[in-house]
Write a protein of this length. Structure first.
Length: 475
């Protein structure tokens, strides 16, 4: 009899447990996972998402943004040190049942030295029927390393001056616990620095493009805690260079002779070109001179900036160059910075800025690598025609356009004097010549500087040597 009672009792317990289990599995007792994201506020209005392991300067606020369709009931926060000492606890019940909530993480009340490790554990509960109506609780753990010290920037050597349209070099060091980003700005454009000799030392050639009326050069270093330091490079600004305005008259018979073949070339490269909407050859020319030229220049800039960003670190950059002369016995037939106005017999105009030096010698002449470098682009463009780019290091590249044909292979590494290609008149060109460009991280700069061996020595080679000596003296 007693055994029968025990069996019934066990069966009853099993039924209750199974019943409870099946009830708990009903949708009414389930909760949906909360969406939880952590943001660091760089300033009161700008925030960035951060990972669950990150450096932190407690002077900057951190918020956990929570979303729940079951509405938010309460949260608890606990912060502990690496030795598991509790330094902060907070708990709050949310009365108005919001579906979203921004939880500001409180700062510890104690001073913590740089390098201290803190763990925040945040538990947020909802108003669901999970756990037999008590709600579901979701947790998040964030590990911080305290870092309140901004990076230190020291300028080791720099070119004395920079000319409007020209370029200059700076070498500097950055001392920091860690680095998130280092950039250099000329006030309009951004340049990236390149490692120099050893860790913590950097070099960059910067440009003052002719499109920019002003120039002020600053280095900015930011660590992973978003501590930021800035330093101004004290270049003397030379505003004396002047660039020519020239007018070129285009006759209708010349355009008629050239236009069909040029349109065919452009459509080969840019199939979506819209020539049908233009009624005259001059209108078609305006489209090519302005819109297609812009596409060409964007292609060139993107190729150089992409290489600098992802591949330049694999290139063994020299710290001295000879003058950049790509043709023997050349004559200049078009200058850098020339503002060209094209006009027809009806007074219609089109303008463009010439961003290179046009040079010519004999027909189909060999274009020689003026210094060692790597071919990073060989392709046909609309206005520039067959175009090759030779990369020389530290963001510096030379460009050769209107080629008849390429000789050096794509990705080939050339020594000084190796043949890059053959001069021609592909694209929009008046006779056989080479459009020769010098570029710094995609920005066109004055060729005359890089054709001057004394300028290169005073502004580039000597600066690298001065920086090397400064680094060696620190050891």
């Amino acid at each position: 009899m007693e055994g029968s009672k025990i069996v019934k009792l066990v069966l009853a317990v099993i039924v209750v447990l199974l019943g409870g289990y099946f009830v708990s599995m009903l949708d009414v007792f389930k909760s949906e996972p909360m969406k939880m994201e952590t943001f660091l506020y760089i300033n009161p209005t700008t925030s960035v998402p951060i990972a669950d392991k990150v450096a932190w300067n407690p002077e900057r606020r951190i918020a956990l943004e929570v979303e729940s369709s079951k509405k938010i009931k309460s949260y608890k926060i606990k912060a502990t040190t690496e030795g598991n000492v509790v330094i902060l606890e907070k708990e709050e019940t949310i009365i108005n049942r919001p579906e979203s909530l921004k939880i500001w993480l409180p700062k510890p009340d104690i001073d913590l030295p740089n390098g201290s490790k803190i763990r925040y554990e945040i538990a947020v509960s909802d108003w669901s029927n999970a756990n037999f109506f008590s709600g579901a609780t979701f947790t998040k753990t964030i590990d911080f390393v305290i870092n309140t010290k901004a990076p230190n920037i020291e300028i080791l050597a720099h070119s004395y001056a920079i000319s409007y349209g020209g370029s200059a070099l700076v070498v500097f060091s950055v001392d920091s616990i860690d680095i998130k980003e280092i950039t250099i700005s000329n006030g309009t454009n951004t340049f990236i620095p390149f490692s120099f000799i050893k860790d913590g030392y950097y070099a960059a050639i910067v440009a003052w493009p002719i499109a920019n009326q002003s120039f002020i050069c600053r280095i900015q270093a930011t660590d992973t805690a978003f501590n930021t330091q800035r330093a101004t490079i004290p270049f003397i600004k030379n505003t004396s260079p002047r660039y020519l305005d020239s007018t070129i008259t285009l006759q209708e018979d010349f355009l008629a002779q050239k236009m069909d073949s040029l349109i065919a070339e452009v459509r080969e490269i840019y199939p979506d070109s819209e020539f049908e909407e233009f009624n005259t050859n001059f209108e078609k020319f305006v489209y090519i001179n302005e819109q297609i030229r812009l596409k060409d220049e964007e292609t060139i800039t993107n190729a150089l900036q992409e290489y600098d960003k992802h591949y330049a670190s694999t290139f063994s950059s020299p710290t001295s160059w000879k003058k950049f002369v790509p043709l023997k016995g050349y004559a200049v037939v078009g200058r850098f910075g020339d503002k060209r106005t094209y006009v027809n017999d009806k007074g219609q105009t089109s303008q463009s800025i010439h961003l290179g030096l046009d040079i010519a010698s004999v027909k189909n002449d060999n274009i020689l690598a003026p210094n060692s470098g790597k071919i990073i682009m060989e392709r046909k463009l609309g206005v520039y025609g067959n175009t090759a780019i030779l990369y020389h290091g530290f963001g510096l590249a030379s460009l050769y356009a209107h080629l008849d044909s390429f000789v050096a292979p794509q990705d080939g590494v050339l020594d000084m004097g190796d043949v890059v290609g053959i001069s021609g008149q592909s694209g929009w060109a008046f006779g056989d010549h080479v459009h020769f460009g010098m570029l710094v991280q995609g920005q066109n700069v004055r060729n005359t500087e890089w054709l001057d061996e004394r300028w290169i020595k005073n502004n580039i080679t000597d600066i690298f040597e001065n920086a090397k000596r400064a680094i060696e003296s620190k050891e």
